[in-house]
Design a protein around this ligand. Structure first.
Ligand SMILES: Nc1ncnc2c1ncn2[C@@H]1O[C@H](COP(=O)(O)OP(=O)(O)OP(=O)(O)O)[C@@H](O)[C@H]1O
Ligand code: NI
Length: 264
């Protein structure tokens, strides 16, 4: 069974006054995610990871190819199907400031998907909001604050809570934990791992840190210049062999805490 799949997905951005300058940002990308699977997507800045994430989430249309959800191509969806898709596939962006309305409180931000996607309002919604804030390690009184009253890392966790509020089947994390300190990154990954174990949630985890990918994911995809150039299962001493993959394995990164700290 396929949860979300991309078939020969291409995206070309046009620029210049006449739109004559064309840049192929995604070049026939094909991938398949199974329910409950956790896939890491790595590759240098500008290789097309975020573009692929937006296409998979249905936020942008491909120039060629298609995205399929549960075996059906997205363009054939009716209105009710779109709502179900919105609920099933959530995306968290790297920049939390651009992803929220600055005039809404944290509670209002998280209440949005609860109301629109799950039909929850009033005390039932408030209870969910408090539970979600606890899950992302924010204090209960954060509910009444505005985005500008939070740190970048706190606002990022609000965005994660908002995505979780939909109870998605697939969470696309576009460097969604990269701006958090390592301790919090691991805490969030523990939370995601629990949701994976308890509810079978799947993840597309976009990162620059191969070690986090290795700890958290079942499979690693390496992108280079709009293509997936390498794919490998995680486990044992796996080696990446593409030019990009080798660069990732040789990257010098800050020290990780010991593995048992992951569970804590
Ligand atoms: N809306 C757009 N119009 C034109 N070009 C774009 C647009 N969005 C992205 N690009 C270009 O497409 C390429 C891929 O961008 P993308 O953001 O997908 O890369 P990325 O792998 O996510 O990079 P990063 O690791 O820095 O986030 C880049 O060269 C970028 O400049
Ligand atoms: Ni990106």
């Amino acid at each position: 069974m396929s949860l979300l799949a991309a078939r020969q997905l291409s995206r070309v951005y046009r620029s210049g006054v006449t739109g004559r300058d064309r840049r192929t940002v995604l070049d026939q990308v094909t991938l398949d995610m199974s329910p409950g699977e956790c896939v890491a997507l790595l590759g240098r800045s500008g290789c097309g990871k975020s573009t692929l994430a937006r296409l998979l989430a249905g936020l942008e249309q491909p120039d060629a190819g298609e995205v399929r959800f549960g075996g059906r191509p997205l363009p054939t969806f009716g209105k009710a199907d779109w709502r179900a898709f919105r609920r099933a596939v959530q995306l968290v962006f790297q920049d939390p400031v651009g992803a929220v309305n600055p005039r809404e409180t944290v509670a209002q931000i998280i209440a949005e998907p609860l109301r629109h996607l799950r039909g929850l309002t009033g005390p039932a919604a408030m209870e969910q909001i408090q539970g979600l804030l606890r899950a992302v390690d924010l204090p209960a009184d954060a509910a009444g604050r505005l985005p500008q009253q939070l740190s970048g890392g706190q606002l990022q966790r609000v965005c994660i809570a908002r995505a979780l509020a939909a109870q998605p089947q697939l969470l696309i994390l576009d460097e969604a934990v990269s701006n958090l300190d390592l301790h919090l990154q691991i805490q969030m990954l523990d939370l995601f791992a629990r949701l994976k174990a308890d509810r079978g949630v799947s993840y597309l985890f976009i990162t620059h840190d191969l070690r986090l990918a290795e700890r958290f994911c079942d499979r690693v995809l390496v992108m280079d210049d709009g293509r997936i150039v390498e794919e490998t299962r995680v486990g044992g001493a796996f080696a990446l062999t593409s030019r990009e993959g080798r660069a990732l394995q040789n990257a010098v990164l800050p020290a990780m805490p010991p593995r048992r700290a992951m569970a804590g």
